[in-house]
Design a protein around this ligand. Structure first.
Ligand code: FAD
Length: 465
């Protein structure tokens, strides 16, 4: 690209956003380096998406083995080796992060290890060295938000990183402060491993952003599994005593305060963009009051050759959004006509059953002025779901009444995240509910429930009355 700089592209941060950007830039012939001060793979691979899914699977397997009694399979005893559980989870992380390092090598991306700080808009300091680049991509991610009065010690009071290390024994009483995706995933892990779990949420509803009917169904199932969910409740302070962590809880409607005792408290109240030590002001890059580095559709910041992607660029803070933005930034730098133009970004709570959605909720569609029809197919009517002992939940399809245009799909079901891919593609292709109902879906599959929900929106589902 240019001979005046050390690199065509310098990426800061090797999380999912940064490593996708670096590899694509290199694939497109650009001389690329990626700076990482921690572990390659970022939050997602090391302390986020992957280790949580490993724990969810292990904890769910314990439950599944109990449900096997229904079809005559019983086990003589169940023992949990916590050290082995933690070790297995860590081994998956190691395999995947090693894989990213291998991909860097194979794609000729130079990995620079250390803290990156801007010197000026083309120069970045890493340790005692400086590097120049024609284009710089900021992919520094996010950190857990803190809650005043609940100081994280990663033992008794933990954030999502501390919660990943399962203590031995499993805590008897667990409080999750925050009823978002991370709060629910950990709540189910600990609940399935034997903790008595309570979730408190400040807002009137849990899982903000998801469809109200889907959240209602999901909450009902989680409560049935033994997780106590209390909304409009906040945690004011926590005090560690010999019998556990004493947490002052306050009902935000009435102001009534109570103190409850827990063995472990998880603070999961959101995430904050991470720019510490980066010195973006040295490059003239705008940082918002909340710490985000905003970008346009081509991921350019206010400085056109400096790009911002992933969590640090804004919500939703999701790995697949970071990956897409990384690819867009690299392709724009390479001169391709790319932009972040996704119709919808899927959201998933990876519990069992999962809550997964893509596109508009019914309320959002109405707010946008659409006249809406819906189609709902209960998993209890799915033959495949019955064979999987997975009959809770439903697929809800939100469709524009006159045009039949698909607007959103909301699923509460096992493997909902996988079922959602079809809905995501349908939205991107501007499909109608009829397009989905005319598509032959394999039988018996959970995916047929999407077909049936489309048919239900036409009041023609075969398997519901
Ligand atoms: P990050 O993954 O945060 O990576 C940023 C990297 O930059 C880090 O490695 C950091 O060390 C490095 N860095 C920062 N500053 C500097 C600097 N100045 N110099 C050098 N290096 C620097 N998302 C999903 O889509 N699905 C999930 O199932 C999911 N589960 C999650 C579960 C948990 C418990 C958590 C906490 C998050 C989860 N997420 C999930 C969110 C997901 O992890 C993030 O959205 C994603 O990691 C963001 O990617 P990123 O590349 O923007 O940043």
């Amino acid at each position: 690209m240019t001979n005046n700089f050390d690199y065509d592209v310098l990426v800061i941060g090797a999380g999912p956003g940064g490593y996708h950007a670096a590899i694509r830039a290199s694939q497109l012939g650009l001389k690329t380096a990626c700076v990482e001060r921690g572990a390659v793979g970022g939050v997602c691979l090391n302390i986020g998406c992957i280790p949580t899914k490993a724990l969810l699977h292990a904890a769910e397997t314990m439950q599944a083995s109990k449900h096997a009694a229904e079809f005559g399979l019983t086990f003589s005893g169940q023992a949990l080796d916590i050290a082995r559980l933690n070790g297995w989870k860590d081994s998956i992380v190691k395999k995947l992060t090693g894989g990213v390092s291998g991909l860097f090598k194979a794609n000729k991306v130079t990995l620079l290890t250390g803290q990156a700080s801007f010197v000026d808009d083309h120069t970045v300091q890493v340790g005692d060295k400086t590097y120049t680049a024609a284009n710089i991509i900021i992919a520094t991610g996010s950190d857990p938000a803190k809650l005043p009065g609940l100081e994280v010690d990663q033992q008794q009071i933990v954030d999502s990183t501390g919660a990943l290390v399962m203590p031995d024994p499993v805590p008897a009483r667990m409080l999750c402060v925050g009823g978002g995706v991370i709060g629910f995933e950990f709540a189910q892990v600990y609940n399935n491993l034997g903790s008595q779990v309570k979730i408190i949420e400040f807002l009137p509803s849990v899982i903000p952003g998801a469809d109200a009917d889907a959240v209602k169904e999901f909450s009902k199932i989680m409560s049935r599994q033994g997780i106590e969910i209390v909304t409009q409740m906040k945690a004011n302070r926590a005090e560690k005593k010999s019998d556990g962590v004493h947490v002052e809880l306050e009902n935000v409607k009435t102001g009534e305060k109570t103190t409850e005792v827990f063995d472990r408290v998880l603070v999961a109240v959101g995430r904050r963009p991470r720019t510490d030590g980066l010195n973006p002001e040295q490059a003239g890059v705008t940082v918002t009051e909340r710490g985000f580095i905003p970008a346009d559709k081509q991921q350019r910041t206010n400085v056109p050759h400096i790009f911002s992607i992933g969590d640090v660029a804004g919500n939703p803070m999701l790995a697949h959004k970071a990956m897409k933005e990384g690819l867009v930034a690299a392709e724009v730098i390479a001169g391709k006509p790319a932009e972040q133009d996704a119709v919808a970004i899927p959201g998933v709570v990876y519990t069992n059953p999962e809550l997964a959605w893509v596109g508009l909720t019914e309320a959002e569609a109405q707010e946008k002025g659409y006249e809406v029809k819906t189609g709902v197919f209960p998993m209890s009517a799915s033959g495949r779901a019955m064979t999987l002992q997975a009959t809770e939940g439903f697929v809800k399809m939100v469709v524009e009444k006159d045009t039949d245009l698909l607007l959103g799909v909301h699923i509460v079901a096992p493997h909902a995240s996988d079922m959602l891919a079809e809905a995501g593609l349908a939205l991107e292709m501007a499909a109608t509910a009829t397009d989905i109902s005319l598509t032959i879906h394999a039988h018996p599959t959970l995916g047929e429930s999407i077909l049936e929900a489309a048919e239900a929106s036409h009041k023609q589902a075969i398997h519901i009355v």
